[in-house]
Design a protein around this ligand. Structure first.
Ligand SMILES: NC(=O)c1ccc[n+]([C@@H]2O[C@H](COP(=O)([O-])OP(=O)(O)OC[C@H]3O[C@@H](n4cnc5c(N)ncnc54)[C@H](O)[C@@H]3O)[C@@H](O)[C@H]2O)c1
Length: 405
């Protein structure tokens, strides 16, 4: 089945689930995952668990994805492939050709995390992280969507004061395949006076800016209708062009309000008053930094999903956290970022919004019931491991399977 990306899909508003859940206590029985009607739509999913906690969170997300989708008549054919350190150990490279091919031939890719101490001293081209950069580049997924939503249940887990964090619901749209991370020339050389120099190039072509700007404007349309474009146009030529092109593209979206902000001010405003933001549009390096900062507002990196998209072709869906080698193999990982990435896969990758809503609602319901992994635990809640969190999500989906979406 050809992949259809839905850049105009409805907002990923985790605080306002559109499934209305009847109040109920947790199901006392174990959930069978084969429930639902026989699939009327099938999709090919490339499953790339990776390293560390990657396989643990992917196992939970796969079960949740299967169950929620089955209730909407959707079935999946999975192709599980190695990436990162796992691929290095198996094949000697962090992104084998077979993995990239399976990803390109799929309808969507669900990715865990890569990296670990074992490969830390490898040369750059043999680092697990290089496999992820190659995958993003190989797929041409130029727009990275990172929602940062403060769940009402987790507002006290935020590092910011309650009144600052409460109600934050923003989306960072980051350009992912250009800018200084890929620009040429780059490298090392020796200066005229014999000093060692390292250098990189921040470079953007107009069409690279235009296409990611359109993704941001389309998303803002389905949210609160506001785009704040973040750049450093007071210093950098690439940012001057960025601002000029974003302003030009804004003319296509008269219903969306555009503002511009310098990145240093944006960093400050994210901490001072994050609620002022709806959609933040920015380049590769600024988006990398700002989206991590935004993630902390929500309480834990273990809660944040992401989607990486292009105009057509399969999207890449992954939690924003890494492989967390400090807790890997201990059943301590929070699977919710990956579970919510699976919801983004359904919504943005396949256009299966109803199944996505089932997952989003189950996450809220499970948090409402007080289940917490260690990273989001607070006194009075029920501490659970990765697997048990997954079981609770399945129970929630089961107990609300007749809810109207
Ligand atoms: N997209 C990716 O795969 C990705 C992203 C970032 C880092 N990495 C790699 O991951 C490895 C570890 O990097 P790091 O420690 O800087 O970042 P990390 O995100 O793996 O971990 C940072 C901290 O957050 C905790 N944490 C992360 N995810 C969690 C979850 N789901 N549940 C509970 N706690 C969680 C970890 O235990 C750790 O204390 C490195 O090799 C790094 O290169 C990979």
């Amino acid at each position: 089945m050809a992949a259809a990306l839905h850049l105009n899909a409805k907002p990923f508003n985790l605080c306002s689930p559109s499934i209305r859940l009847p109040k109920s206590s947790p199901s006392p029985f174990r959930v069978k995952c084969s429930a639902g009607t026989s699939p009327s739509r099938r999709y090919n999913i490339a499953l790339l668990p990776g390293d560390g906690i990657g396989p643990e969170v992917i196992a939970v997300a796969k079960d949740v994805l299967n169950f929620a989708a089955s209730l909407e008549g959707i079935g999946f054919d999975y192709k599980e492939m190695p990436v990162g350190g796992a691929a290095l150990d198996l094949t000697g490279v962090p992104l084998p050709d077979e993995t990239l091919l399976a990803a390109k031939e799929s309808d969507a890719i669900l990715f865990g995390a890569i990296g670990g101490y074992k490969w830390d001293d490898n040369p750059k081209h043999l680092k697990p992280e290089t496999g992820l950069l190659q995958l993003r580049k190989g797929l041409g997924v130029f727009a990275n969507l990172r929602p940062a939503t403060v769940f009402p249940q987790l507002v006290d887990a935020s590092t910011l004061k309650r009144e600052v964090a409460e109600g934050v619901d923003l989306m960072v749209v980051r350009e992912l395949t250009g800018g200084i991370y890929f620009g040429q020339p780059r490298g090392f050389k020796t200066s005229e006076n014999g000093e060692e120099i390292g250098f990189n190039t921040e470079v953007y072509a107009a069409q690279e800016i235009d296409r990611v700007a359109r993704v941001a404007f389309n998303n803002a349309r389905k949210r609160q209708g506001r785009v704040c474009s973040v750049d450093k146009a007071n210093v950098l030529e690439a940012s001057i062009l960025w601002r000029k092109r974003v302003t030009a593209i804004a003319a296509e979206y008269p219903d969306v309000e555009l503002s511009h902000m310098y990145v240093d001010n944006a960093a400050m405003q994210l901490i001072r008053e994050p609620k002022q933001f709806d959609t933040i549009l920015t380049n590769n390096i600024f988006g990398d930094i700002l989206s991590d900062a935004a993630s902390m507002i929500t309480g834990s990196i273990g809660m944040l999903p992401s989607a990486s998209l292009r105009e057509s072709g399969p999207g890449l869906f992954e939690p924003i956290h890494g492989s967390a080698p400090d807790i890997a193999g201990q059943d301590k990982a929070n699977p919710l970022a990956t579970v919510l990435s699976a919801a983004m896969l359904l919504k943005y990758g396949l256009g299966e919004e109803n199944a996505a809503k089932r997952i989003e609602a189950a996450v809220l319901d499970t948090l409402d019931k007080g289940f917490r992994t260690g990273d989001i635990y607070s006194a009075g809640c029920k501490r659970v491991g990765c697997k048990e969190m997954g079981e609770e999500l399945l129970k929630s989906i089961e107990s609300h399977k007749l809810a109207t979406v």
